[in-house]
Design a protein around this ligand. Structure first.
Ligand code: G3H
Ligand code: 13P
Ligand code: NA
Ligand code: ZN
Length: 328
C-alpha cells in the first residue's frame, strides 16, 4: 500500500529504526528493492530523481511503481520525489501520485548554484502548503553536502574548487535548522554532516569518524519532531569495486560511508537514508562478471537477472542494518 513519508517515518521514530531510500529508474531496481523488503518484512521508500524521469519517463515510472504496489499489497511503500528543483516539479510529482516530495531549495532551480536562505525558506514553505493540502509529505534540505575529508564541498553538489569551505561552514547549523523547520513546516530535513553524492566520497579507508555525528545530535535536540535525512549514504562496497575492476572496469580507489556511522545517526534522529550509488555498483559488477564469464550470451534477461540479485543483496543488508526489517 502507498503511504506518506510522514506516516512511514513517524513509525520509524517511535520504534527507533531508519529506512533506506533507494533511487529507482527501472524495473530491475524496483524488483530488487521490493523482493528484499518483502523477504525482510521492511517498509520501503522508492525515490525518483529528474534523471530517472529523463531515463524512463514519468508515465513508465508511475506504472512500474504502481505495479510493485499491486504485486506486494501488504508492503508499505512511500513514493518520493528526490531533489525536486522547483515548486512546479513538486506539484507535477503530486499529480503523478507521489506520496512525498523533496523540495531541494538549498540549490537554485538549475540544481547547481547554492541559493540564499530566504529563497530556500520561500520555495520550501510554498511546497509544504500545497503538498500538505493533498496529504503528501515534504522533505527540505538545509546546507551544502560535501566530504569533510578535504573540507571542500563536492563539485556534484554545486560548489567548485574555488568554493573551499571550512568544516563549520559545511555543516548544517542547528539554530538555522530550527528556524527553517518553524518557517517551512517540512516533515523531514536533509542535513549536511559530511556526506556527499556519488562513488568518490573518501580517498582513504575510514579511520575514526568520517561524519559529524555530534552535529546530528545537536540538530536532533533542536528539532526532535522533524525526521532527519542523510543524502549521499552509499557505503561503496569494496567487494563490488574489486569485481568491477577485475572484469574490465576502471574505477579509482574510493570509500563510502561506513554502515556503522549510519547506525549511529539512526540512534540520534536519522530516519531516511538515501542510497543510489551502491545499487549502481552492484548492478555494474554483476553485469560485467556475467558477460566476461559468458561471452556467448546475448540474452539481456540473463545479465539483468544477475544485476537484480546483486542489488537485492545490498538492499537486504541495508534493511537489516538500519533496523527496518521486521516492521512491515
Ligand atoms: O542525488 C542524486 C541521485 O543519486 C540521483 O542521481 O540524478 O543521476 O538520477 P541521478
Ligand atoms: P549516494 O550517491 O551516496 O548513493 O547518494 C544518493 C542520494 O543521496 C540520492 O538523493
Ligand atoms: Na530526497
Ligand atoms: Zn541526494
Amino acid at each position: 500500500a502507498l503511504i506518506s513519508l510522514r506516516q512511514l517515518l513517524d513509525h520509524a521514530a517511535t520504534n527507533g529504526y531508519g529506512v533506506p531510500a533507494f533511487n529507482v529508474n527501472n524495473m530491475e531496481q524496483i524488483r530488487a528493492i521490493m523482493e528484499a523488503a518483502v523477504e525482510t518484512d521492511s517498509p520501503v521508500i522508492l525515490q525518483s530523481s529528474a534523471g530517472a524521469r529523463k531515463y524512463a519517463g514519468s508515465t513508465f515510472l508511475r506504472h512500474l511503481i504502481q505495479a510493485a504496489i499491486e504485486e506486494w499489497p501488504s508492503t508499505p511503500v512511500c513514493l518520493h520525489l528526490d531533489h525536486g528543483a522547483s515548486p512546479g516539479l513538486c506539484v507535477q510529482a503530486i499529480q503523478n501520485g507521489f506520496s512525498s516530495v523533496m523540495m531541494d531549495g538549498s540549490l537554485m532551480e538549475d540544481s547547481s548554484t547554492p541559493s540564499s536562505y530566504e529563497y530556500n525558506v520561500a520555495v520550501t514553505r510554498k511546497v509544504a502548503d500545497m503538498a500538505h493540502a493533498c496529504g503528501v509529505s515534504v522533505e527540505g534540505e538545509l546546507g551544502v553536502l560535501g566530504s569533510l575529508e578535504t573540507a571542500t564541498a563536492g563539485k556534484e553538489d554545486g560548489v567548485g574548487a574555488e568554493g573551499k569551505l571550512s568544516r563549520e561552514q559545511m555543516l548544517t547549523d542547528p539554530d538555522q535548522a530550527a528556524d527553517f523547520v518553524a518557517k517551512t513546516h517540512v516533515d523531514a530535513l536533509a542535513i549536511a554532516i559530511g556526506t556527499s553524492h556519488g562513488a568518490y566520497k573518501f580517498s582513504s579507508p575510514p579511520s575514526g569518524e568520517v561524519l559529524s555525528i555530534d552535529r546530528v545530535k545537536e540538530i536532533h535536540a533542536r528539532i526532535p519532531d522533524t525526521h532527519l535525512v542523510m543524502h549521499g549514504s552509499s557505503s561503496v562496497p569494496q567487494e563490488w569495486l574489486k569485481i568491477i575492476n577485475e572484469y574490465g572496469g576502471d574505477l579509482g580507489q574510493t570509500y563510502g560511508v561506513p554502515v556503522t556511522e549510519i547506525q549511529e545517526g539512526i540512534k540520534h534522529g536519522v530516519r531516511k537514508v538515501n542510497i543510489d550509488t551502491d545499487l549502481r555498483l552492484a548492478a555494474t559488477g554483476a553485469v560485467r562478471k556475467h558477460l566476461v564469464e559468458n561471452p556467448g550470451n546475448f540474452d539481456p534477461r540473463k545479465f539483468l537477472t544477475e544485476a537484480t540479485k546483486a542489488m537485492k543483496e545490498v538492499c537486504r543488508s541495508r534493511f537489516l542494518a538500519f533496523g527496518s526489517a521486521g516492521w512491515a
